[in-house]
Ligand binder design. Structure first.
Ligand code: NI
Ligand code: MN
Length: 225
């Protein structure tokens, strides 16, 4: 499985022959100025919540690519009004897409659009097909139901926020990985802004102490899993 990091919490995951884009935020990301938004391909855009650093480029990319936006009801309604293709979901629900099944999971965070529109609850995603199962946590605090998510789906790896201040930090992400029953974490939501800058060396040391394989990708980096 090929994963491309576009900064903050934006990843493109190639799975089942489809390109799934999570939480597009490129144009206003000071670390992603080398990325051309118009070059990003997507069949589906999954949006975890309505904060700008998770959706700022969703409309442009959806228009460029014809991708379907998959998100909680309130986010679907926001984009449907713009005439974009959407698939509404809500927490606890699952749907079999062509690339695999998406399960909308809870996240412990807030969610509103920058114009004040209510974004519904913040969410995460489990993606599973015959070959791969992984968890994209979105923005969230550590919460104990990650244990049930882990027990039910056994994700091979997890995208977890590690930047602290607005979400859990690296220390909590290690605990989250244990609850989820995975040894492989791809860090996200770090370094983009001063509030979420992290010490990489200390973070990687903490991960190795916890026997967790932590990736802290650079913007533009491709990860093969
Ligand atoms: Ni957020
Ligand atoms: Mn965020």
């Amino acid at each position: 499985m090929k994963i491309t990091y576009y900064g903050q919490s934006c990843f493109q995951v190639n799975i089942g022959g489809y390109k799934i884009l999570f939480d597009p935020f490129i144009t206003y990301n000071p670390l992603a100025q080398g990325i051309d938004v118009n070059s990003i391909e997507a069949d589906y855009i999954l949006i975890s919540h309505a904060h700008q650093d998770h959706m700022a480029d969703a409309e442009a990319i959806a228009r460029n690519t014809g991708a379907t936006i998959v998100a909680i009801w309130e986010i679907h309604a926001y984009y449907e009004k713009m005439g974009l293709k959407t698939h509404p979901m809500n927490i606890g629900g699952k749907w079999p897409f062509e690339f695999g099944t998406v399960i909308l999971t809870p996240a412990n965070h807030s969610s509103s659009f920058s114009d004040g529109t209510y974004g519904g609850l913040a969410t995460g995603f489990i993606i599973e097909n015959d070959e791969h199962t992984f968890y994209f946590a979105g923005d969230t605090a550590l919460f104990s139901d990650m244990k049930s998510i882990g027990d039910a789906h056994k994700p091979a790896f997890a995208f977890l926020p590690v930047g602290d201040n607005f979400t859990m930090g690296v220390k909590e992400a290690m605990q989250a990985a244990k609850l989820l029953g995975t040894k492989k974490v791809i860090g996200m939501h770090f370094d983009t802004f001063p509030y979420i800058q992290i010490n990489h060396e200390e973070s990687l040391l903490l991960a190795s102490f916890n026997e967790i394989n932590l990736s802290l990708p650079k913007v533009g980096e491709v990860i093969e899993l």
